[in-house]
Write a protein that binds this ligand. Sequence first.
Ligand code: RBV
Length: 436
Amino acid sequence: MEIEPFVVIHPETGEVMKVMNAKIADPKLAEAGRLRIEWAESRMPVLMALKKKHQESKPLRGMRIAGCLHVTKETAVLVRALRAAGAEVSWSGCNPLSTQDDVAAALADDGVSIYAWHGMNVDEFYWCIRKTLEMKPTLTLDDGADLIFTVHKEAPQLAADILGGTEETTTGVHRLRAMAADGALRYPVIAVNDAETKWDFDNVYGTGQSSIDGILRATSVLLAGKHFVVAGYGHCGRGVAMRARGMGAQVIVTEVKPTAALKATLEGFNVMTMDEAAHIGDIFITATGMKDVIVKRHFESMKNGAIVCNTGHYDCEINLEQLAALSDRSREVRPNNREHVLAGGRSIYVLADGRLVNLAAAEGHPSEVMDMSFANQFMSMLRLAREGRDLEKKVYDIPPAQDEEIARVKLETMAIAIDRLTPEQVKYATDYSAGT
Ligand code: RBV
């Protein structure tokens, strides 16, 4: 597949004004994108402080970063920070429906080579990733590991020059750990997702709020009083369940893991199997990272009007092929909301084609929470540029000191002061002779 880079032509003279090293939906959206990015910048003080700290010394000078992460206003703040620190950047989105086209236009206009537009197909998705590899990166930045897999599968010769990579999300980290265990990983990777200042905030409060936001934008329904089924009670599911309850929904949780099911039960949620929940639920959301969580037999027992969506990284959690096979016809009733009419007349509404509802139907996680996730990304890039050569080909955790630092700065920017241990208390903490 070949797609030409973007050419901007003067509307009156027909003259070529600009050839962009980019493929985006519409360069005219750049100004709107810039406003959106500036808004995010005003909510991301930790990342902005890191940018300021490193823009003089440029520790990323000489680094070529290929990134594959949702093209959102928050990601644009990260891209700007990486460039300010001296890196050359080439970017693609990590989901066909998550790109904010105005943000992509603003980045292209600033000279970022970016290949991303909303609503691309799967072939175009991989074409975009391949385009970002043309720069021969020295660092890779992933959300879902599609970029790093592409390097390993299609361009393993590039790995020799890659100092390391980072991974933003749970699903990607799981896969990369499996690869490392098999000895298949060709360069070191830092698991940004596993930082405490990432998963304990982004995954919980970020997913919680943005998923509800996506459902509301796509449906505009009342949540109060609804039977709201959350599949998976990991960090993401916990966040969604908590926020849905806050809106007055009656929340049901389904699980496969006994400890998670127990936590949900003691948190006061109604825990049952998906087979039971299927005929009770008004709204279903999957947050499991597993395929086939909602399948044919569930669709068959759902109520007329049921709403189904997913907030996991991949779109395999809801089996839409099986739903299509059960459906007589379908139509888009609102943006990101498709009605499937089943034989027999019942309707089931699927949001955002089963892709991440928070990013496809809303704007992804709020800036304040991405501030910490992307501060971790930024600091990890600095670390890999510095020490990547000396690291082993395995998956590394974020150092606890980095978490402490990010949390400390975040609190400062929120004007929240905390107590400090006295020297006596520090001594007490390590004194095993003290008793009653
Ligand atoms: N995510 N990014 C955004 N606004 O840029 N929102 C969500 C944003 C990331 C989040 O960190 C999560 O781990 C990942 O998307 C799932 O693909």
